[in-house]
Design a protein around this ligand. Structure first.
Ligand code: PNS
Length: 160
């Protein structure tokens, strides 16, 4: 069985991430979306919230599973018997960071390959950081994030 891991912070998950998930899930038997649990960062949404958002937003994709991980990504991939890491590329600005990360991961475990998937052009212009900034200033994020994030980010912004 071919399993791929799609890792990220997903704080919050965007429609661009969901497009990458849908495209990648068609290429493999099982796609594990791996949410980074990084204790040193202070995310807007807890890891449990981010996992739940992804579970709701991907419920129609039957071969997609949402998990969280901490520590090295390559160790997580080995643990779930995957030798494929998926990363989304929005353009050349992402490339040097992503290429460096792919080579770092290869130096840590040469059996694991990174595959880059590009989202549809309509999703190329937004990142999770921009979503948070737009929401913070009361801008409209309806077309950028799934409904579950849309509702919960409004509540979060009220509490801040
Ligand atoms: O969505 P992001 O924040 O760009 O995702 C980054 C992520 C989670 C893929 C990356 O930070 C990661 O893999 N962290 C785990 C630690 C690790 O394995 N580091 C070595 C590779 S740089």
């Amino acid at each position: 069985m071919r399993t791929a891991v799609y890792p990220g912070s997903f704080d919050p998950v965007t429609n661009g991430h969901l497009d990458i998930i849908e495209r990648s899930a068609k290429l493999v038997d099982k796609l594990i979306v791996a949410v980074l649990n990084n204790k040193s960062k202070s995310p807007l949404f807890t890891v449990e919230e981010r996992v739940r958002h992804l579970q709701i937003a991907t419920q129609d994709f039957k071969n997609v599973e949402i998990m969280s991980f901490s520590g090295l990504l390559v160790d997580f991939a080995s643990k779930v018997n995957s030798n494929i890491i998926i990363r989304g590329l929005r353009g050349v600005t992402d490339f040097s960071y992503e290429f460096q990360m792919a080579l770092t991961n290869r130096s840590l475990n040469s059996d694991i390959e990174t595959l880059f998937v590009s989202a549809d052009t309509q999703y190329l212009f937004f990142s999770s950081s921009q979503v948070k900034e737009i929401a913070h200033f009361g801008g409209n994020i309806d077309n950028i994030v799934p409904p579950v994030v849309r509702e919960e980010i409004k509540k979060k912004m009220k509490d801040i």
